[in-house]
Design a protein around this ligand. Structure first.
Ligand code: FES
Length: 508
């Protein structure tokens, strides 16, 4: 299956094809709900709604699972990336207890979808171990353990962890799980289609237009769809929105290795307390076990040599395990909210648009929870978790309107030009397979030289709000440091919040 990068994740071996019996090219109907994005968030939402009798359409710009769902490591944990002490500080103890309860509900929901729809995805209940190797980390772990107790998470200090790492202090948390994410969403999709749900892939939404009693979704040239409600299951909502300023895009790195000793694979989830931390689990590659290690996170487009992050991960795993060979390496994007909890619920004052974003590294948990919350609001008019995760806690900042205008001007004023290849070759030294932002006659351009030596030039001004994109060497993509839009080598859009491609510059 396809994914939004040049590297291959372990989960991409799964082919997600479906018979297009439900395919509708250009419906004149008004759907109850259009869900934009076919990852775990979009498909969980769609299935919950369709199962409750709503008529749904899923619109996906690329293919099912193209985004972060096929790049996750699929830890299903209530431990969460943002510590409960931070959540208690920002939201109070009662809300932190509710957050822990919601995370547990997400795992239970996944388990019950699997049972109800017969989804084979290697779902395994397990524990999570957190370990500290230094005094500073041991103090942090002690704070975490106290906060676990305060919010009702079942955890205790232990003298043993299921890995060879030496540690000063360790905690075991029960009630966690792991699974195969693309097998899981394949099962969600199958169940959704069997219930009469509709889906279209390769449909990039360009605009959502408010009509009197419904909303009209338009692509560039490929038909329109109407619905009473719209759900953006696209991480950041497209365009410039107050939420745009409260989300920070990050990249995380993963490698999967075969170990020399089959007994060394841990059954449980393991986390250290480094900054950024490492996360470890086992999985299956076909019938063979593999060890997956993630970490080395950084803000999107804030590191030049992204290949180095894989090397650091490999050296970490070789330091602790006897590795037979490396099998996979991939990276993926996630979004941090400003205050430690995701934004799930109404996008605007108007009560017919929804958003689900800011999941941190807990996309499987919050994506599932988003499906439950948004479908409850649409079906029953409310959700128990509606206020806790409400996006309306983000207020528009004063500079918002001028930012929108200035961004439009930046994009408008960049005049694309024709470039002389000879002149470019004289001014720019760039190796095969490399990309770089260079200055050409006073203007910045994005240049990539392919393996055959051919040059490709793009206007590097991000189509979202005018920042300059940066080269991501590992994924062969142009990534925006401001809000995380990513573009392929040819400028085509990989993920928003922009909704158009980077213009290519003609080389003559
Ligand atoms: Fe906002 Fe590029 S993603 S300016």
């Amino acid at each position: 299956m396809e994914r939004d990068g040049a590297t291959q994740s372990l989960w991409q071996r799964e082919e997600i094809n479906y018979t297009e019996v439900n395919f509708v090219h250009n419906s004149k109907d008004i759907f109850d709900v259009i869900i934009i994005g076919a990852g775990i968030t979009g498909l969980t939402t769609a299935l919950c709604l369709q199962a409750a009798g709503k008529r749904c359409m899923v619109l996906e710009a690329h293919k099912v699972g193209f985004g972060t769902t096929s790049g996750t490591t699929a830890h299903l944990n209530t431990v969460l990336d943002n510590s409960y002490s931070k959540i208690i500080k920002n939201f109070g103890l009662e809300n932190a207890i509710r957050t822990a309860e919601a995370a547990d509900l997400a795992i239970q929901s996944i388990e019950s979808f699997i049972a109800q729809y017969g989804i084979a995805c290697n779902f395994t209940r397990c524990a999570a171990y957190l370990y500290a190797t230094e005094e500073k980390e041991a103090k942090e772990l002690q704070n975490m353990q106290e906060a676990f107790h305060q919010v009702g998470i079942n955890s205790s200090y232990v003298h043993h962890i299921p890995g060879p790492m030496k540690f000063k202090k360790a905690v075991c948390v029960s009630g966690q799980a792991r699974f195969h994410p693309t097998q899981y969403i394949k099962g969600l999709l199958k169940a959704y289609l069997e219930l009469g749900g509709k889906i279209r892939e390769k449909y990039l939404v360009k605009k959502v237009q408010e009509e009197d009693s419904f909303q009209r979704v338009l692509s560039a040239d490929d038909g329109v769809y109407d619905a009473k409600h719209i759900v953006y299951a696209t991480h950041t909502p497209p365009g410039i929105h107050p939420l745009t300023f409260k989300l920070t895009p990050y990249r995380s790195y993963v490698i999967a290795v075969e170990l020399t000793n089959r007994k060394s694979y841990p059954n449980d989830l393991i986390y250290d307390l480094k900054e950024p931390f490492h996360y470890i689990r086992k999985a299956k590659d076909g019938e063979s076990p593999v060890l997956i290690i993630g970490g080395e996170d950084h803000k999107t487009a804030h590191e030049i040599n992204t290949v180095h992050n894989f090397q650091k991960l490999e050296s970490f795993v070789r330091q602790h395990y006897s590795v037979q060979r490396k099998l996979y390496e991939w990276s993926s994007q996630f979004y941090e909210s400003a205050d430690g909890l995701p934004y799930i619920g109404y996008l605007s004052e108007k009560k017919n648009k929804f958003v689900a974003t800011g999941f941190s590294g807990n996309g499987m948990i919050y994506g599932t929870l988003s499906g439950k919350i948004i479908s409850d609001i649409i079906i029953k008019g409310k959700s128990k978790y509606q206020n806790l995760f409400s996006p309306s806690r983000v207020k528009p900042i004063a500079e918002f309107q001028s930012f929108v205008k200035e961004s439009a001007d930046v994009i408008k004023h960049f005049v694309s030009d024709r470039l002389s290849v000879d002149k470019l070759k004289n001014t720019v030294e760039i190796g095969k397979g490399e990309g770089r932002i260079v200055k050409y006659e006073g203007k910045k351009i994005a240049i990539y030289r392919d393996k055959e030596g051919e040059l490709f030039a793009l206007n590097p001004v991000c189509r979202h709000a005018g920042c300059i994109v940066q080269w991501n060497h590992a994924e062969r993509s142009w990534d925006c440091p401001c809000h995380g839009t990513r573009y392929a080598i040819d400028g085509s859009l990989l993920n928003g919040p922009a909704s158009t491609d980077l213009p290519s510059l003609k080389l003559e």
